[in-house]
Design a protein around this ligand. Sequence first.
Ligand code: NAD
Length: 279
Amino acid sequence: MMKKLVLTGAAGRLGSYLREPLSKLCEELVSTDIVDDIGTLYQGERYEKADLAQMSEIAPVIAGADMVVHFGAIGDERPFEVLLGPNFIGAYNVWEAAYQHGVRRVVYASSIHAVGMHKKQDFIGIDAPHRPDTFYGLAKCFAEDLASMYWDKRGLEAVCLRILSAAQVNNPRALGSWLSYDDLIQLVTRAIDTPTTGFSVIYGVSNNDRAPVDNHLASYLGYRPKDNAEQFAEQVLAEAPPADPTDAAQMYHGGPFASVPLGESGVASMNIINDKKEV
Ligand SMILES: NC(=O)c1ccc[n+]([C@@H]2O[C@H](COP(=O)([O-])OP(=O)(O)OC[C@H]3O[C@@H](n4cnc5c(N)ncnc54)[C@H](O)[C@@H]3O)[C@@H](O)[C@H]2O)c1
């Protein structure tokens, strides 16, 4: 069993679903975020407050870890200057601290928005070139490239999870893009327990009939999603407003992020339900 695992973004929505399963994979789970506390802790879990943008705060948290599961970031489009600290410098700090402290692997919450300007008609694989739809997506491209470079030059393994939408299915796009919380947990678990990964990329999507991306080149990671958003299709399609075939939000993998002006929230129009798991 691993000795120490670090989870960044532990106070976030996805973090809330990962804490308990991750606490069972290691002797000590160190959960970290920028908030003062995250409430009741699971057995074997400890909380440390740290700002990802400050190397002096995040490096001591990472020291001694076997792996880092890096989910901390601003999870939406914002002006570049706002994302620079948490999402860009934060990623550099995580990889550099991981390298300095001999961490074996970083599991990273990347995003479909790293490739969001590819057309929906293109069934993109994990080898699709970066084509960010926002500064937010650009930060994911930066971190993926950082991950690739730290593997090539410094032997630090990384698995970049290009998550589509891990949120309740309440719009037609989500019939393709849904990642259920159970499948998220399986995905992160495979990213951790696969013996060797080098630098890997995989889409974080459930086994949806309408999944718009292709994971077959990442088959070796053993991720076999179980949930399928088709169970929500009848209701979601019946309730959806008429579709506009010329709307960029419908035409590109990035959805609403593909159509928002740079720097403006993509999440604002998405009606995401904050169903954070409570301990
Ligand atoms: N939810 C999705 O569908 C989805 C899709 C693609 C990618 N992702 C990525 O997954 C990760 C988690 O997403 P989420 O939906 O749980 O978002 P979230 O906003 O609920 O969680 C992100 C957490 O990061 C923390 N954070 C922000 N700035 C920080 C800083 N400077 N220092 C330390 N912590 C900081 C926040 O406090 C928050 O708790 C993010 O990296 C996001 O980009 C999420």
